[in-house]
Design a protein around this ligand. Sequence first.
Ligand SMILES: CC(C)(COP(=O)(O)OP(=O)(O)OC[C@H]1O[C@@H](n2cnc3c(N)ncnc32)[C@H](O)[C@@H]1OP(=O)(O)O)[C@@H](O)C(=O)NCCC(=O)NCCS
Length: 417
Amino acid sequence: MTAAAVRPAAPLAVRAALAEELDAVGALTAEAYRADGLLEVDDEYEVELRDAARRAREAVLLVAVEGDGGVVGTITLAPYATSYAEVAEPGELELRMLAVAPGARGRGVAARLVTAALREAVARRARGVVLSTLAEMAAARRLYDRLGFVAVPERDWGHEGVHLQVLTWTPPVAPGVLVEAATWRPAGTVDVDGWRLGLSDGFTRRANSALPLGTPADLAATLARVEQVYADAGLPASVRVCSAAPDGLTAALTARGYAERAATDVLVRDLVALPADRVAAPPDVRVAVADAPDESWLAGWLGVKAAGGSVDAATARAVVAGSPALYLTAASADGTTLGVLRAAVADGWTGLSCLVVVPAARRRGLGRLLTRAGLRAASDRGARRAFLQVEVANAGAAELYAGEGFRPAERYAYWER
Ligand SMILES: CC(C)(COP(=O)(O)OP(=O)(O)OC[C@H]1O[C@@H](n2cnc3c(N)ncnc32)[C@H](O)[C@@H]1OP(=O)(O)O)[C@@H](O)C(=O)NCCC(=O)NCCS
């Protein structure tokens, strides 16, 4: 069968299960285990597999849903010391009861579910993920290996003659807020009690927000000063809540009337094992790499990024060209820009950003082509690891990056008022 033939008929979404789906989720889980010969006749475990309502109450129950609303897969996430956690140690999130409907296999549903679970683990600041698997679950094992799980034989366990292998996954090291900031410099910055406030006429949240780089003596007073700086600039006050943030920041922001915007995952991969192939471009497409953004690069990016809104091109250029970076352009034979990408380089990292493909040229592999070309070009300039930021709601881009070997390392959000 060709890859195109096994692609899902409709887009796939992963989200928390809804109350009205629980019966179907329970039945699907039992059916998936039975189809693989994992249940005996009258197996008591079947009762547990069918009880999706309890999983939704006592754990986090995710489902994969195809476009028409049909549930095609599920996974359960159990934090340490909750009722569904069997082997989790403090700080670990345990994955259980991964199941894909027999009729929906071979389409990447399980990969989407496990990847969503890893992103959730990182969002909860889990130090690791753990699961138990059986030697017979060969297809699942290949997936876990591909996603970076490792066997920890000393934690293997068993019951009733069944040997369960324990696998763990540890989030990759994140670049950290300073490396991220070095790849996207605001047009101007102001220091407030050690926090760095970006000011760029409102162009991009990243360049118009406060980085909470330390614990101020008086958090409320610091926030008041941050608000004053942004009010003077005619901008909303915006604070990045990330792992560098001091304890109590979220509570303080909530009390002051801020709301969370744009939850974003930082995804990471190393550049040691870059695919050897350079990805053949479609015959009518050329990719060029430059050290500065020319007019067509900028227009290509802003055409998608700022569609429908007005942006001051000088500010956009100042932000985009404000730190060392490579600018990739994919163009058709007649010179029409089809897509762009920026690959900034800082401290051994490359930070990919600004990936856009014009709507008419999407799903032809150009996003993947630009991503791989950017990683290759940055690696040639000495980068050893890559990161990028993708909004949690941007499922299509997340799917692209997961396929290119990016794994979640951190989640942050901007809080604004
Ligand atoms: C994200 C974006 C760059 C993808 O460009 P593209 O050229 O369509 O991507 P590709 O054709 O290379 O897709 C490669 C793979 O990514 C995944 N993918 C891409 N778009 C997807 C979508 N909308 N839904 C689901 N999966 C998607 C698929 O796995 C796809 O492989 P497949 O077509 O064989 O199934 C494009 O949709 C875009 O410009 N979006 C707006 C800007 C944006 O979101 N940029 C990313 C910011 S972090």
